[in-house]
Ligand binder design. Structure first.
Ligand code: ZN
Length: 60
């Protein structure tokens, strides 16, 4: 997929409960870095530690 603006992460993804790539909550989830959600033009983005399936990470 080539999207310039991917959809914002879901609440589950931001809370390390779902794969940040496919959204799946099953299987083993491993740390996958951080995503940053914009807050406003005048404040810094929020950083969230996220998790992903190993296989999804390898597809990146
Ligand atoms: Zn996944």
């Amino acid at each position: 997929m080539t999207m310039h603006q991917p959809p914002p992460p879901t609440r589950a993804q931001l809370h390390e409960q779902a794969c940040v790539h496919c959204g799946g909550e099953d299987g083993e989830l491993v740390p996958a870095g951080h995503v940053y959600t914009p807050t406003s033009a005048t404040s810094a983005p929020l950083g969230w530690p996220v998790v992903a399936h190993q296989s999804c990470k390898e597809d990146m």
